[in-house]
Design a protein around this ligand. Structure first.
Ligand code: BES
Ligand code: ZN
Ligand code: ZN
Length: 511
């Protein structure tokens, strides 16, 4: 689908099969009323009037007939007589329409426009923004449409015909041509990354084992034309290094474990350039190991590498868009299986930073592989470390499938991620790194045990990870167990891998 932008005094019905007009319930914001420049209500009313005129009064008839009241996510389709053309009134919040509130409503509108076009077999779609279009609204609409277009068809017989629209035009009464074009380009790069994450998360675990994750990482490095360097530590290298926790988790599987290290150096540094490490949990399948999972809980465990997928997708996007930061990606990858070689409950392993761990539950394997990756990051001398992991079922119990758990002692990073997440349509919620519970991780015979003795599961997992974060480094842990993989869907996300985290991190690293 090709996305273009243009400036137009009014929405025209000529060039599109589907015309989407965002509408809101009320008129001008209080601020606008006070300023004495009530341009917003006028702009919407004018766009409506123009469309109604072009449609021979059908719009006002339909609104009256259906008693349509605009409200966020409430929509009305008007089929134009004698043609295949459709006008869709798409309810949105007042704030969003005025460029104030949450840009995610634009993403939803874009996703909905794509799906409506697909349903109506419309080839050309026009989204018309009354008034002035911000770059953020333009990129959100584009993102929504591109994300809604995602399908995972690798294992399906080729569908005969795809009905998705070929062209989406985002038009506005007022828009900065260059900014809008840049916004669409950014949306394309972001969605390419999200697509990569969704693809690897959706891949079945028989075709995406640790060696395949390595291949995917190397491919990203190769395609970056020298911008990204890849270094891969295999089993022997990990042994020499002393990464005993990652080795333990990978012991029962045919391929892996590996530690992947990608490095992207900025072309130009600025004074606020930072050295940033992204760490992603890369368990390609989590059976639980000898502490085996019940069958139902195992069904979606191909998604246990969503953190790794996200980190790889972000690197790919950064190579395309560019960043002023030096960004490192660390992906410990392994398959948590069962064999006579499997790690046992009761085994004591030694992580790369020298700490011994009593493994009491082999299903708490994510924290083990992350322990070695976080220890390894001491070699990088990072300013900030962000890890993403489908780490605990407890986080899903606490926050459900829309919110990721956010753990950090750094107030500024917490606010940054919360804010960028909201704008990106990825929700985070702070949970405590509660020192009060730390003693639950004490073992009488090792430095640590890998599970608590009761307590809050998501916080205990975070406290465990903290033991391996190099001292003095700002660290953020994102538990994405809920939002990484969906059984439900929404305007721009289908069931399956969601790509969660990529949009927020790319915005953070490129803004
Ligand atoms: N991969 C799981 C966590 C998970 C659960 C992700 C549900 C996505 C959806 C993780 O490795 C795990 O099994 N954690 C255990 C920890 C427990 C043994 C302390 C859990 O959450 O039950
Ligand atoms: Zn597990
Ligand atoms: Zn796991």
């Amino acid at each position: 689908m090709k996305i273009t932008t243009t400036q137009a005094k009014s929405p025209s019905l000529n060039s599109a099969d589907l015309t989407v007009l965002p509408v809101a319930s009320a008129g001008d914001s209080d601020a606008e009323k006070k300023s004495g420049k009530p341009k917003f209500a006028r702009a919407v009313a004018k766009a409506m009037r123009d469309l109604d005129e072009a449609a021979g009064g059908l719009l006002s008839d339909a609104i009256a007939h259906h008693q349509y009241q605009p409200a966020p996510r409430r929509r009305l389709d008007i089929h134009l007589a004698g043609s295949q053309k459709v006008v869709r009134l798409s309810g949105i919040s007042n704030e969003a329409l005025q460029g104030e509130g949450d840009p995610d409503s634009w993403r939803r509108l874009g996703g909905d426009a794509y799906s409506a076009a697909r349903q109506n077999k419309s080839r050309r779609v026009l989204v018309y923004i009354p008034g002035e279009a911000s770059a953020e609204a333009v990129s959100a609409i584009a993102e929504g449409a591109l994300l809604a277009a995602y399908e995972y068809l690798t294992y399906k017989k080729r569908p005969k015909e795809t009905h998705g629209p070929r062209e989406l035009t985002i038009a506005a009464e007022k828009l900065n041509k260059r900014q809008a074009a840049d916004a669409v380009a950014a949306a394309n790069a972001v969605c390419e990354a999200v697509t990569l994450v969704r693809d690897v998360v959706n891949s079945p675990p028989n075709d995406l084992h640790p060696a395949v994750v390595v291949r995917a990482a190397r491919k990203i490095a190769t395609e970056s034309r020298g911008k990204i360097k890849a270094q891969v530590f295999d089993k022997n290298a990990l042994r020499r290094m002393g990464a005993g926790a990652l080795l333990a988790v990978g012991r029962a599987a045919e391929t892996g474990p590996y530690l992947i290290h990608l490095t992207l150096k900025p072309r130009r540094r600025t004074r606020d350039s930072k050295r940033i490490v992204l760490v992603g949990k890369g368990i390609t399948f989590d059976s639980g190991g000898l502490s085996i999972k019940p069958a139902k809980s195992m069904e979606d465990m191909k998604s246990d590498m969503a953190g790794a997928g996200c980190v790889l997708g972000v690197m790919k996007a950064l190579a395309n868009i560019g960043t002023r930061h030096e960004v490192h990606a660390l992906v410990p990858t392994a398959e948590n299986l069962i064999s006579s070689a499997a790690v046992r409950p009761g085994d004591i392993v030694r992580a790369l930073n020298g700490k011994s761990i009593e493994v009491l539950n082999t299903d708490a394997e994510g924290r083990l592989i992350l322990a070695d990756a976080l220890s390894y990051s001491a070699r990088i001398k990072a300013d900030v470390i962000v890890d993403l992991a489908t780490l605990t079922g407890a986080c899903v119990v606490a926050l459900g499938s829309d919110y990721a758990g956010l753990f950090t002692d750094d107030d500024e990073m917490r606010e940054t991620i919360l804010g960028l997440g909201r704008r990106s349509g990825e929700l985070f919620w702070p949970l405590p790194l509660a020192k009060e519970y730390r003693s639950q991780l004490d073992s009488p015979i090792a430095d640590l045990r890998n599970i608590g003795t009761g307590g809050p599961g998501a916080s205990l997992a975070a406290l465990f990870l903290q033991e391996f974060v190099p001292p003095g480094v700002t660290w953020v842990h994102l538990d994405i167990a809920g939002p990484a993989f969906w059984t439900k869907g929404d305007e721009y996300t289908k069931p399956g891998g969601t790509g969660f985290g990529a949009r927020t991190l790319i915005r953070w690293l490129t803004s």
